[in-house]
Structure formats: C-alpha cells, structure tokens
Design a protein around this ligand. Sequence first.
Ligand SMILES: Cc1cc2nc3c(=O)[nH]c(=O)nc-3n(C[C@H](O)[C@H](O)[C@H](O)COP(=O)(O)OP(=O)(O)OC[C@H]3O[C@@H](n4cnc5c(N)ncnc54)[C@H](O)[C@@H]3O)c2cc1C
Length: 451
Amino acid sequence: MRGAYCAALVFPARIPYNRAMSEHTSPTSAAPLAPATQQADADILILGAGPAGMLCALTAARRAKAAKVRKEILLVDQDRTPARKLRASGGGRSNCTNLNAAPEHYLSKNPRFTAQALKRLPPAEFLRLLEGLGLSAHEEDQGKMFCDQGAEALALALEKACRKAGCRFLLGRPVTGVVPPAEPGGLFRVDTAHGPLYAPRVALALGSPAWPALGGTDVVARLAGQLGLIHVPARPALTPLVLSGPEAALCRELTGLSVSARLSLDAASACGGVSIADSLLFTHQGLSGPAALRLSSYWRKGEAISIDLAPEADMPALLRQPGRGKALARTILSELMPRRLVEARLAELPPQFKARSIGDRRLAELSRADLDALAGIVGSWRVIPRTTAGMARAEAASGGLDVEAFSAKTMQCKAIPGLFALGEALDVAGDLGGFNLHWAWASGFAAGHAL
Ligand SMILES: Cc1cc2nc3c(=O)[nH]c(=O)nc-3n(C[C@H](O)[C@H](O)[C@H](O)COP(=O)(O)OP(=O)(O)OC[C@H]3O[C@@H](n4cnc5c(N)ncnc54)[C@H](O)[C@@H]3O)c2cc1C
C-alpha cells in the first residue's frame, strides 16, 4: 500500500494549510452556564454514536469497571439508529481496518498527530477487540480488512457491547451547542433540540459533513465557533469526479467498465506531484473507483488530471517490439486494455492520425509520430473534471477541528479541560481502504482511556 503513495501525498510537506484557510471564532454563547447547583446527567457525555463515539464509550466503561469505579456514560445522537455510516461502510461489508495503518495514510494539517493513537491501537489490537465482540475479519488486497459478518453486524455488536457495559443511549437528540464550565471542575452544558444536558466531561464524536444522507452534518464547525476553537474548513474527500463534454460522453459509453490506471496531478497543482495507481471505474457522470476517489481528496477545481490507462506497460517498447511488426496497432492496444476502451480512445486521436486510420495499420508501417500518438492515447489522457460529486457522495471529509488544540495521546482539548474530540470531528481524513474507520477506532480508544 505504501508503494502506491508518493512522498508528496503527505501533508504538510507540499500542501500549505495556512491560517487564512482556517476559521477562528471566539466563544459567542450568551446563554447562562450551568448553575452551581445543577445536577449532572452523566459523568461523561459522548456526542455522536458513530464508531468513534461507541468505541470511546465502550473503552471508558470497561476501564471504569476494571477499576471498580462507577461512571455514568451517556451517548447522544441525532439519529434513532446509531452509526449509519458504519452500517453502510464498504458497501455493507465494512472495510473496518487496514493492516498498514500509519500516519502517512492520513491527510491533516499535522499527520503525525495520529501516530500515538495508531500505536496504542494498532490494527492487530483492533482485530483482537473485534474477536471479543464475536466477530472476525479477512484480508483482501493491500492490507484491507473486511468484517466477515458485515457492517450491520459490526454496528449492532458494538452497540450491544456498549449497552452491556452499562452505557446508555439518548437517540433522536440533535446537539445544537456546547458551553464549557465557567470554572475548572464545573459542568459543560450541551444544548440539544430537546433541552440541555450537563456533564463534567464531554467528547465530540460528531463526525464530518460527508454523505449527509447517512447523518453527516456541519455541527462540529458550528460548535468550534462557539468554543473558540480553530476549525479547518471541511472539503469533500473520497468522492467521484464529474466530467463534462466529450469526456463525459466517453465515460457514459463505458459505464461499468473498470481498469487499472494511474491518475496524476501536474507538478504545478495545489497538491503537486500526487500520483495514484489503482482501479478506475467509468460511470455515467465521469470517473469513480478507488483511483478517482483517492485522487479527489487532492484535486482542486480547474486542475488537469493525467490518466495512464496502462500503468504497468512500457508503451514505446511495446510498440517497437521486435517480431511484432505485422501486428495491427489496434491488436497491441487490446492486449493492454478492454476493446471498448481501445475503440473509445482511438476515436479521440487527432484528425491527422484518425484520417490515416493508424489503429488499423501494422506496427511496421507506422511513423515515429504515429507511434507517439498511439502511446499518448493510452499513457497520457488529460481530463479537467467539471467538479466532484461533493459532500453528497463523499466517503469522508478533510478538515475539522485543528489537531494542534488537542493532545495526541488523549484527544483532550489543551485549552478546555474535560473536552475531547475524536474521529472525523478532528482534522484527520484517511485514505481509502479502511484507514478512516481505523482512525475512528484508534482515536476513540485513546479518548476512552483518558475520559
Ligand atoms: C458510504 C460510506 C462508506 C464508507 N466505507 C468505509 C469503509 O469501508 N472503511 C472505512 O475505513 N471508512 C469508510 N467510510 C468512512 C467512515 O464511515 C467514517 O470515517 C467514520 O464513520 C467516521 O466515524 P465517526 O464516529 O468519527 O463519525 P460518524 O460515523 O459520522 O458518526 C458521527 C455520529 O454523529 C451523529 N451526529 C452528527 N451530527 C449530530 C448532531 N448535530 N447531533 C447529534 N448527533 C449528530 C451522526 O448521526 C453519527 O451517528 C465510509 C463512509 C461512507 C459515507
């Protein structure tokens, strides 16, 4: 998996996340704080019952039990069904972790922030935890681990384990605000659509705005403003690329076709030099599949993408193979990629080559310019996407609460003791392949130990 990455993929080396990109607002809530006599509703309020929130709750509950300490843990979620993204993950099969989980697979202002939590809960440890829930996983390509029992079973097992450990769930309760205590040791006030809740410790596990139909909201950005925390603006990540014009027509024609490809951004692009080799899927809207989804996390509007449709092949050498001079150019190209794609790309040849039907000529008859043109339609197809499918179809979002404000060991806010943030609520977005769920588990586990 590492091999699929180039060094340029690692933030912040090439991608300046400057302060101007971040929103910083001072606390604004004028509503009254918790009165001194206010009773707490729980010892720990975990806002968001997704994978990060649930693993955090389970870890905290098990630790409290082991220490023979009584801790009331209350998970609050807007939805009546917790963890809807987890239930949909991996197309229902849940790519629940990746054996290669390491900081270089994460986008963040500071990817090293993830290191301690990933070390504390490495993939092997998570798999043991999964076993403890009565579940198992198997490896597919590049370290991707899929839950044998499926995504729904994983979400249900986690919820059941939380309840068994004594955690309570308050569902159908959208959170609208969080007000820190006026004094150390006081109570946080959490505003919900059905009135306030109070607790001395609060964990923000409210995810990102990605895929709103599965519960993604921008509430974390709003809470950041209220709490005076920097929020790196959210951008859709792992989302399909939308093409227009003749390129869109070509993709429509090839809908459903999947090929191996390398997608690269120009060196001069905002994330210069990013290059990803993976499978590419043609859709009625443009490009999807792992290669396009992964590149979308780096692509900026207006930038061109260069696509190599035969990344393993040495095209010049292939077209000049000794002993194959009698082979038709079209035949050689069809050895590299599906016939439908060969025809579609031949149709895109510049008029001077198309007029001479170079696809139907024998290799020996072709000039150097002809061979270069053929190599070009395979190795450097340039497209400028019109846009991406945006948050609506994003499997994750980059951006979130600036990690510099939080402890990398405990996920606790340095300026507001008792406040924790985990999962996608933080400015951490993983690559495709189980890295996002692994971050949810690892950050939830770290916070659960400290809460
Ligand atoms: C379709 C799809 C497939 C995916 N597949 C994979 C995969 O196979 N592998 C992988 O690693 N990652 C996958 N991901 C990404 C992964 O699901 C997320 O990164 C992960 O769920 C983030 O966990 P989280 O707990 O931080 O946030 P979430 O899972 O988003 O949980 C946040 C919770 O907060 C709740 N919430 C939000 N706003 C409010 C509010 N105002 N008040 C109260 N509650 C609120 C939500 O209802 C939700 O339950 C996929 C994502 C999608 C959308």
